[in-house]
Design a protein. Structure first.
Length: 389
């Protein structure tokens, strides 16, 4: 099957279901847009809320033909249908990722799950074992790995253009939780600051996992140990809203990670800097179509998406000519498109294109282990701890 750019050759659309993402949910709409952008999925079923009434009303809002009041019922009934769903998108709060995924995995339905993988490390390990045993495709939507210039940055690191990597600096700064808006009933703040639903990590689980994943995706480095200092600056908050993390990677590279949701004046300031013996790179999510590349002793170079110097790895996930910005939704869509390529190959009994790249179980486990290690380290006054993988 020939594939060019970010588009998959025409095949029957993948029948997609969704759990979560109903009325008043932010991320559900993002996933639906991403799934439709390259026209590879058709949303045919859903259980859009834990409230049966809201679940059915949300399906009616979206025009989804098969609505369910229970995700377990949805999994069982869809698996029995000849035209049942082939894949499910899970866009619930973190604590529901594992129980929902388990229902579909045991029925051989592919899973596309929002990050983090789960709310706790033990359930992440159980889910990973179940997914591996089922043999289905499991994609995790670390969407920033779908940006074209991040794909080019990864290719530079893999090619040796940076030399031996010495230093990694990554940060994700926001200010939307600078005040206790969870106390006003704001839906997103309410569940993201509730340890029973989000897990033990607040900013570390919500955005720190994105920063950690991005650094690993680009550099290929594996974490050896970390030392974390987590804060709850807002009075009464039950999870961290700011974190400073020192990283020691296997092989000797060192890193620093900062995640904050109380950094006044920042919206979605995800930034990555990587420095090697031959060159350094810099990328910022709020200006994502540019990658700065600086060979040692040479002028700083700006590489643009689909412009001169951008490689085939970036072109693969670019849809439009250079100078036209692509961003957040397209990055999400690239994860869906790559997962579609894998699902279609599996459907056809064909070998998947080795160029297909998307985060999965390994990245999910590493992310949850990162949060677990941060919480353990901070509780021990910033002691160095190893991820418990």
């Amino acid at each position: 099957m020939a594939i060019t750019g970010a588009h998959v050759a025409r095949a029957p659309r993948i029948r997609l279901g969704m759990v979560g993402g109903g009325r008043d949910a932010f991320i559900g709409a993002v996933h639906r847009i991403a799934a439709r952008l390259d026209d590879q999925y058709e949303l045919v079923a859903g259980c859009f809320s834990s409230s049966p009434e809201k679940a059915l009303a949300s399906a009616a809002d979206l025009g989804v033909p098969r609505a369910y009041a229970s995700f377990a019922d949805m999994a069982a009934r869809e698996a029995r249908r000849k035209d049942g769903i082939e894949a499910v998108a899970i866009v619930t709060p973190n604590h529901m990722h594992a129980p929902v995924a388990m229902q579909f995995l045991k029925r051989g339905i592919h899973v596309i799950c929002d990050k983090p993988l789960t709310a706790t490390l033990p359930e992440a390990k159980r889910l990973a074992r179940a997914a591996e045993a089922s043999g289905v495709i499991f994609a995790l939507t670390h969407n920033y790995t779908g940006y074209p210039m991040i794909r080019h940055a990864r290719a530079l690191a893999q090619s040796g253009a940076l030399g031996e990597i010495r230093v990694v600096q990554v940060e994700y700064a926001q200010d939307w939780l600078a005040e206790p808006i969870e106390q006003s009933g704001q839906k997103q703040a309410d569940w993201r600051t509730d340890p029973a639903r989000t897990g033990a990590g607040g900013s570390t689980g919500d955005i720190g996992t994105h920063a950690f994943n991005l650094a690993g995706f680009v550099t290929g480095l594996e974490l050896e140990e970390l030392a974390a200092d987590l804060q709850r600056f807002v009075p009464g908050r039950r999870v961290d809203d700011n974190g400073h993390v020192m990283l020691r990677y296997k092989g000797g590279a060192r890193g620093m990670l900062w995640c904050s949701q109380v950094a006044t004046g920042n919206e979605n300031a995800l930034r990555l800097r990587v420095y090697g013996t031959k060159a350094g790179i810099e990328w910022a999510q709020e200006d994502p179509n540019y990658l700065w590349f600086t060979p040692l002793g040479q002028p700083r170079q700006r590489i643009t998406r689909n412009g001169p110097g951008a490689g085939p790895e970036a072109a693969r996930v670019s849809r439009i000519p250079s100078g036209h910005p692509e961003g957040y939704l397209e990055g999400f869509a690239n994860i869906y498109a790559e997962a579609a390529r894998a699902i279609i190959a599996r459907r056809d009994g064909a070998a998947a294109d080795p160029a297909i790249t998307f985060p999965g179980l390994r990245e999910g486990l590493e992310g949850v282990a990162f949060v677990d290690a941060c919480v353990r380290s901070s509780a021990r006054n910033g002691a160095w701890v190893k991820p418990a993988l």
